[in-house]
Design a protein around this ligand. Structure first.
Ligand SMILES: [Mn+2]
Length: 265
């Protein structure tokens, strides 16, 4: 057993009703920093070097309530304080475009890369992508994963699924969009994700209808879907893909992917 990361869980306290690092109140921003530094202490106790920031309320419900430029500067300064507090800690931002706030100020992996570059030690600031959050931003989770990987800054993945632009559903992995799930595993495997000890998390919730004794079945489903899709990725015919790309026959490539996923190849 090992702890992958520690998170300050800034949405759990009355101080952070209006956000943590970006709260309108100075005392609440200070509370958020205090809680973050305490999380770093806990991480050190547990022998892990990662802090994950899920910026749940860092944005607005009332757009005029915050200065968006100043708010981003607050976030960068908060991360700088964490980096200076501990010379070994890595800070991972898990972006999400909305919910519980209406507008998040750091909603995608692209935003995370921008914030990372603005900190005092960009090499220690990266991202964690959750599939459902990418779907909520109208993006393909695999491309968000790829964007982080392209900069060597994808340090965590939370696989799950999401049926369209609703609340953050945390459905079992692959149950809503099988091809999108296949694509995520393909991009992760092609780029050697996990070869340096990176984790894959299954950030999934039990269905409301599940009785207590079936409370973990959504995890079993996610893992089983992952394993089945991983076999499909391993069987992917890169020679055929290459031929299709050379002749620009994307219809043939698309049909091949469908046949592979549906068990006819
Ligand atoms: Mn979620």
């Amino acid at each position: 057993m090992a702890a992958e990361f520690v998170a300050p869980r800034l949405w759990m306290d009355p101080h952070t009703t209006d956000g943590g690092y970006m709260s309108c109140r100075k005392e609440d921003r200070e509370f958020a920093i205090w809680r973050s530094l305490r999380s770093i202490d806990i991480a050190n106790e547990l022998g892990c070097d990662k802090i994950v920031l899920w910026l749940a309320r860092e944005g607005t419900i009332c757009a005029e309530s915050k200065n968006p430029v100043e708010s981003i500067h607050y976030l960068v300064e908060a991360i700088n304080t964490m980096l200076r507090y501990d010379p070994h800690i890595k800070v991972l931002i898990e972006p999400k475009p909305n919910e519980p706030v209406d507008r998040s100020y750091c909603g995608t992996v692209g935003h995370v890369m921008g914030v990372s570059a603005a900190t005092c030690d960009p090499a220690r600031v990266g991202g964690l992508l959750e599939s459902a959050h990418a779907v909520l931003a109208g993006l393909d989770p695999a491309d968000e994963i790829a964007f982080g990987l392209a900069f060597g800054k994808l340090w965590g993945v939370h696989l799950n699924d999401q049926n369209g632009m609703k609340f953050d559903q945390d459905r079992a992995f692959g149950v809503e969009n099988l091809r999108q799930a296949f694509h995520q595993i393909k991009v992760l495997k092609e780029n050697g994700y996990g070869e340096h000890g990176e984790y894959i998390g299954l950030d999934v919730k039990a269905m409301r209808t599940s009785p207590a004794e079936a409370n973990y079945d959504h995890l079993k489903t996610s893992l089983r879907v992952f394993e089945m899709l991983e076999k499909k990725v391993d069987r992917f015919d890169y020679d055929f893909q290459k031929k299709c790309v050379e002749s620009r026959n994307f219809e043939a490539l698309e049909l091949y992917v469908m046949e592979l996923l549906l068990g006819d190849k």
